[in-house]
Design a protein around this ligand. Structure first.
Ligand code: MGD
Ligand code: MGD
Ligand code: MO
Length: 760
């Protein structure tokens, strides 16, 4: 870097030298520099492994470095040479480890041996795998199946997820919550109602055909950086990008491509967003209403003056239901109200509408900024309304693009991990495995937490994840969690959920997808589904962190076998010896999506699942794509006690974390260093409330349920965001989020809109 002075453009844009430096320092921090760089070359390649970080699509013709800063950090995090072995517990009791920071727990390295908590010494002690499985099986058989929760974080493969849900159902419960319940469940519910499929309809090819992209509440530079390649290519073709986000996120403003030597050497970067609207948190339904209103006004004028219409009248007539009612609602909405709730001007929204009206094929990307709200499902449906008005679905270059989180979170749902029996092929499973699957609705994540608090749950399994940190209402959840009878954690690293444990608790270390997985003398591969509904094979390339590790399919299979006994109609050992057999079973359950699975999983660029909505076939109630008329434009119409001192807190991720995994305490893009205990605040609010920068404050939730929810030690940072909302980090701010504060129809915790006030 000596010859080329780092310009400010590089520092502030995402990608670029800052990104390369961050990758190098992550490799260094985890002591894996040489092997790590070799492994990274296999990331997201047809013969390599699929990134363990986000779920963004993997192209047919990958770049030399088909990974990003986030993915590289996630990979090196797994490749670390540090180990959590029984020695660590010989030195520290569990109570002592509980005083460690979350970052320090995971930073201690990969868990190297199966562990069982020992009440006498308050330590995790090494246990044999066989003893672990035997005891877990015995415990499960002594419990009522509906008192057991089988949680999945979105990383485990299609093969593991399929085995896991089958096991839970054979055991007797649909309690299969998934990280998606805290994430894109508003999409699964909203899109299903609107267009008949609960997932996005675009593919990578659509990026080449689109002529406008919207981004609502998704932070691509931090959370799905590989997508910047497609955005940059689209920008080069002159495709406008319109952004709605309370914060001007650097990755959305400009981008320097580390793959392009020319861009790295010349100052300047691609301007990613052409319009940037700093919407107030919770103001998206209002903002979209404004765009729709401006579009209707322009359409009226076109009709009156004999110009081409702005509505796709033919599409609306043939393919949709509910348009008239929606249009009537929009027409009667008052511009003053729209401006107040969205914090955006009529002119700004009309400008977005004008750009939209000029474009023939439009993609709408969105993320947690839409889904994690009380009106999260409505937000998603409002965005669909906007697309439907101009027929932007089921044609090249157009469609909804919910950008998923975990690398296989969408796929786990596809192969049956769901608490909703109507979404699982129960009859098919009954026939294929000759058993009677449970038919009652299981618990989603929030309901599982409610049941844990109520003492109705006795055991929790976590296939990945860190629930005591990821879920709302920490002060209520933690004490309830430690009253559980059994906690079983299949994991790569140590985290808080292992230390706040049940009476009997296991930490079972598994292989990471990056590692070579040999079973019965044969190297195994697994598969996952990306954000665009595309399935990919994945083969590990690194040496396993410890000889004691077992693969996820092997662990799940062994628990199933120990619980269900010899009468089980599945040969769990055979499946764990050869994942190809699991894929055959998946293909048999879901022939439309997974026929010839074993052969097709190595298709370059993956193979797509069929999506009726992409063909303009609508598997909805009315058989048409459905417009939704919203109830209200207000976020939180039903929270009481709100006054002029109430601020709306949205919780954020930094570039140095993957959910509850905190790599470092910095947030390079937002200029936060050394501590995540900060509160981003508008200067007007600071002035109004008599606060100064760097001042330490305590936040308190505005709620009238008698529970005190406070987070202290937060330092104020003046920030460019709309007045009335403040930003803080997830998971540090989770104690402020009430368990009942969730999206109405999907129960996704409303983590982007927590009413709070500052206490001295
Ligand atoms: N590096 C990294 N990558 C990740 C993750 C990670 O933690 N780290 N997590 C993964 C997971 S599980 C997920 S779900 C995804 C999450 O990825 P995203 O969907 O991008 O989620 P967030 O970063 O939580 O928030 C996204 C943006 O929403 C904005 N926002 C907040 N409130 C509002 C609002 O009311 N309206 C609008 N329009 N915007 C709002 C925030 O400013 C932020 O920029 O990322 C995945 N990828
Ligand atoms: N306030 C607030 N709360 C939120 C959010 C928010 O934006 N704001 N976001 C929500 C969202 S979108 C999500 S998805 C959830 C995430 O919630 P979770 O999925 O529960 O949490 P993660 O942090 O992704 O889980 C990390 C743990 O997974 C384990 N792990 C990592 N890799 C593997 C692997 O390969 N196999 C196995 N078996 N285990 C592994 C490690 O033990 C690691 O500690 O949090 C939600 N909570
Ligand atoms: Mo997520």
């Amino acid at each position: 870097m000596t010859a080329h002075k780092e310009s400010d453009a590089y520092k502030n844009a995402s990608g670029g030298w800052g990104s390369i430096k961050a990758v190098a320092s992550a490799l260094f921090q985890e002591h894996v520099a040489v092997d790590g760089s070799r492994v990274l070359m296999h990331q997201n390649k047809p013969d390599g492994f699929m990134c363990v970080s986000c779920s963004w699509a993997k192209p047919k013709d990958p770049h030399t470095f088909e990974f990003c800063e986030s993915g590289a950090k996630a990979t090196t995090w797994d490749l670390t040479s540090k180990r959590v072995d029984p020695d660590l517990f010989a030195r520290h009791t569990v109570s002592a480890l509980n005083s460690w920071h979350d970052h320090e727990l995971e930073e201690a390295g990969r868990v190297a041996a199966p562990l069982r908590w020992d009440p006498a010494s308050d330590r995790y002690l090494e246990v044999s795998w066989d003893d672990a499985f035997a005891e877990i099986g015995r415990e499960l058989n002594a419990l009522e199946p509906n008192s057991v929760v089988f949680y999945t974080s979105g990383r485990a493969s299609l093969e593991t997820a399929y085995m896991y849900q089958l096991f839970a159902r054979m055991y007797g419960t649909n309690n299969l919550p998934d990280s998606s319940n805290m994430c894109h469940e508003s999409t699964s519910v909203g899109l299903k109602e609107a267009i008949g499929v609960g997932v996005g309809t675009i593919t990578l090819d659509d990026f080449e055909k689109t002529d406008l992209m919207f981004f609502f509440g998704q932070n691509v530079g931090t959370n799905s950086p590989r997508m910047l390649h497609q955005l940059q290519d689209a920008r080069k073709r002159g495709v406008p990008i319109i952004r709605f986000n309370p914060i001007r996120e650097p990755g959305l403003v400009s981008f320097v491509n580390p793959q392009s030597p020319l861009q790295m050497l010349t100052p300047g970067s691609t301007q990613i967003s052409t319009q940037y609207h700093q919407v107030k948190a919770g103001g998206d339904s209002a903002a979209i209403t404004g765009i729709c209103k401006a579009l209707l006004e322009a359409d009226d004028e076109a009709l009156a003056t004999g110009k081409p219409r702005l509505l796709d009248v033919g599409f609306i007539e043939e393919h949709t239901a509910g348009f008239e009612e929606f249009a009537a609602f929009v027409r009667q909405c008052d511009w003053g109200e729209i401006e107040r709730v969205s914090a955006l001007t009529r002119e700004a929204l009309a400008q977005a509408a004008a750009e939209y009206g000029r474009a023939h094929a439009v993609i709408a990307h969105y993320g947690m900024g839409l889904t994690q709200h009380r009106m999260g499902v409505q937000n998603v449906r409002m965005l669909m309304n906007l697309l439907l008005m101009r027929g932007n679905i089921g044609k090249p270059g157009a469609g909804p693009s919910p950008v998923r989180g975990h690398s296989n979170v969408q796929g786990q749902r596809t192969v049956g991990v769901t608490e909703k029996p109507e979404l699982a092929p129960l009859d098919k499973l009954a026939e294929q495995y000759q058993f009677e699957p449970p038919r009652d609705t299981g618990t989603n994540t929030v309901e599982a937490c409610e049941a844990i608090v109520a003492g109705k749950v006795r055991a929790v399994f976590q296939l990945g994840g860190n629930l005591v940190r990821a879920v709302p209402d920490r002060s209520v959840i933690e004490p309830a969690w430690s009253k559980l009878r059994l906690t079983v954690n299949i994991t790569t690293k140590l985290n808080r959920s292992h230390l706040i444990h049940g009476e009997i608790s296991y930490v079972l270390p598994c292989l990471s997808r990056i590692e070579i997985d040999e079973q019965a003398g044969k190297t195994q591969a697994v598969s996952m589904e990306d954000s665009t509904g595309c399935m990919h094979g994945s083969r590990g390339v690194a040496k396993p962190a410890s000889e004691q590790l077992r693969s996820e399919p092997r662990i799940v299979g062994a628990i199933a076998k120990a619980t269900l006994g010899p009468a089980s109609t599945v040969d769990w050992d055979a499946w764990a010896n050869d994942y190809g057999l699991v894929r055959d079973a998946i293909a048999q359950t879901y022939p439309k999506i997974f026929h010839d699975f074993n052969a097709r999983m190595w298709t370059p660029g993956g193979f797509h699942r069929p999506l009726p909505a992409a063909e303009r076939e609508w598997e909805t109630k009315s058989g048409k794509a459905e417009f939704l008329t919203p109830d209200t434009l207000f976020e939180d119409p039903d929270v009481h006690g709100i006054d002029e001192n109430t601020l709306r807190l949205f919780t954020l991720r930094s570039d140095s974390q993957f959910n509850t995994t905190i790599y470092t305490l910095d947030d390079r893009f937002r200029g936060v260093h050394g501590s995540r205990m900060v509160l981003l605040m508008n200067e007007k609010d600071m002035h109004r409330l008599g606060l100064s920068a760097e001042q330490e404050i305590t936040l308190e939730t505005v709620a009238d349920d008698g529970v005190e929810r406070r987070v202290g030690g937060l330092k104020i940072k003046a920030f460019d965001l709309p007045a009335g909302c403040v930003g803080g980090y997830y998971p540090e701010c989770n104690p402020l989020l009430p368990l009942w504060h969730y999206a109405k129809q999907s129960k996704v915790p409303a983590a982007k809109s927590i009413p709070v006030r500052i206490v001295a």
